[in-house]
Design a protein around this ligand. Structure first.
Ligand code: SF4
Length: 300
């Protein structure tokens, strides 16, 4: 796909649903895509700031290549502005880190060297570095390596179409079920997220959902029930749901850690909505996967 389109003196970035209109020299909301000479330049292409070998369960994906490794990478920047971001130091970083260029084939070589079954585009929002992720992902497929997006789900319609057949699995955040909260507090759109989730599901891409439960922000019974019901009704009851505990970070020091009791209540709400596989993360809880039918342990 072409990552931008021209409109008079400006270009429109087609990477995420903000569709930033950029004059010559201007950067978009994410700070890492810029109009340079009438084309879109992805300023973080080749410049990951984090690169780790992680268990795929840490993404978290529990039902996709379990017990394998994922080479995981992220850049700076984000198209959201969540005050509770747990990767704040890179997602809201404004200075480019351009010391060493790492071309896509070198990333794949590393994945092979460290025996990774997949490459995960994660830590910050991968949609904003999709041109880099896609080039890596195409080479990865040639070597039999799968590709994972860990995303806020605010990709453009164009990227949602384009990633089909390139990205194999996604962990997508549903951070709230409140339209106003998505717009004002996060800088996104609940409607776009839900449409994208339905589109990915329709395309047969593997989906798991994460909800970071933040005390006082999204922990009401009604909201948790609305999220669980959407997953069950629109994505299917076999879609794993990861309930993640919040810990106070840079901007939200006044909020407490998410109590285990809140996470357990959310778990019950999810079960009542019909979801088969719910996991509690960041809280020291064991997350065994059971067969929903015979109840035997599948993965411990
Ligand atoms: S990726 Fe999104 S936020 Fe960044 S320039 Fe493009 S449209 Fe704007």
């Amino acid at each position: 796909m072409k990552y931008f389109k021209e409109e008079g003196e400006k270009i429109i970035c087609l990477l995420c649903a903000h569709y930033c209109h950029l004059k010559e020299g201007q950067k978009g909301l994410c700070g890492v895509n810029q109009n340079v000479g009438g084309t879109l330049k992805n300023l973080v292409y080749g410049y990951p700031v984090t690169l780790h070998v992680d268990p795929v369960e840490k993404k978290p994906l529990y039902h996709f290549l379990p017990a394998t490794r994922a080479l995981s990478l992220g850049t700076i920047g984000c198209n959201f502005k969540c005050s509770f971001c747990q990767n704040w130091s890179i997602s809201q970083e404004k200075n480019l880190h351009v010391k060493e260029f790492i071309d896509p084939s070198r990333i794949v070589e590393m994945a092979l060297k460290y025996e990774c079954a997949s490459i995960a585009y994660t830590y910050n929002e991968p949609t904003i570095f999709y041109p880099y992720a896609k080039d890596i992902a195409l080479i990865a497929h040639q070597k039999g390596i799968k590709n994972i997006f860990v995303t806020n789900g605010f990709a453009s319609r164009e990227v949602v179409e384009d990633m089909s057949g390139i990205i194999d699995a996604l962990n997508v955040d549903i951070k709230s079920f409140n339209k106003t909260y998505y717009k004002k507090n996060l800088g996104g759109s609940l409607e776009s997220l839900l449409e994208n989730l339905k589109a990915w599901k329709k395309k047969g891409m593997w989906l798991e959902i994460t909800t970071l439960i933040v005390p006082t922000q999204n922990d009401s019974e009604e909201e948790i029930h609305a999220i669980a019901s959407f997953i069950a009704d629109e994505l299917g009851v076999d879609t794993p749901w990861h309930l993640s505990a919040f810990h106070p970070d840079v901007h939200e020091q006044h909020l407490p850690h998410t109590p285990l009791s809140t996470l357990k209540r959310a778990y019950e709400i999810g079960k009542n909505a019909g979801l088969h596989h719910i996991y509690i993360g960041n809280a020291g809880v064991e997350n065994t996967t059971y067969c929903f039918t015979c109840k035997n342990i599948l993965i411990e």
